[in-house]
Design a protein around this ligand. Structure first.
Ligand code: HEM
Length: 137
């Protein structure tokens, strides 16, 4: 991840953070549109769930300069996802819903470079989580 890509992510996320409740709502609506089968996995209050998701993304975005330090926490998060019934292929679906949400929330600020930087960030997080959850592919 280049310093420029880190800036892309941090600046674009700063625009989404003030509207994080709305962003979380868009995200879950999109996720359940693409993958209705995952809806029953979510047992808790979706507002709370949305807050947790945005908090986790905030931590990840802040820690991009030193992703290595985040690995243990992300591994634990991956292990917990085993108990939520999540399958490996759902990580692609969640990634798609996340990118769609950013595109909707950011409009023209969601440039090709911003999209690329988010794709790398999400793919990195997802692969650490999947490895912790399912073992090395
Ligand atoms: C980078 C990817 C992901 C991140 C950062 C993330 C983040 C989180 C966080 C922070 C929680 C709160 C509970 C906890 O900390 O253990 C959570 C719970 C959960 N996540 Fe994820 N998640 C990701 C991927 C996924 C995927 C691919 C699915 C598949 C549908 C999923 C489904 C769930 C479910 C079902 C729960 C529990 C909901 C409940 O308690 O009712 N997550 N996730």
């Amino acid at each position: 991840m280049t310093p420029d890509q880190i800036t892309q992510i941090q600046e674009s996320f700063a625009k989404v953070a003030p509207i994080s409740d709305a962003a979380a709502e868009i995200f879950y609506a999109r996720l359940f549109e693409i993958a209705p089968e995952v809806k029953p996995y979510f047992k808790g209050d979706m507002k709370e769930q949305g807050k947790k998701l945005m908090q986790m993304i905030t931590v990840a975005v802040k820690g991009l300069d030193n992703l290595g330090e985040l690995v243990p926490a992300v591994q634990k998060l991956g292990e917990r996802h085993n108990g939520y019934g999540v399958k490996a292929e759902h990580y692609d679906t969640v990634g798609e819903a996340l990118l769609d949400t950013l595109e909707k929330g950011l409009g023209e600020a969601f440039t090709t470079e911003t999209k690329e930087a988010w794709t790398i960030t999400y793919t990195t997080l997802a692969s650490v989580m999947k490895e912790a959850q399912f073992g090395k592919a």
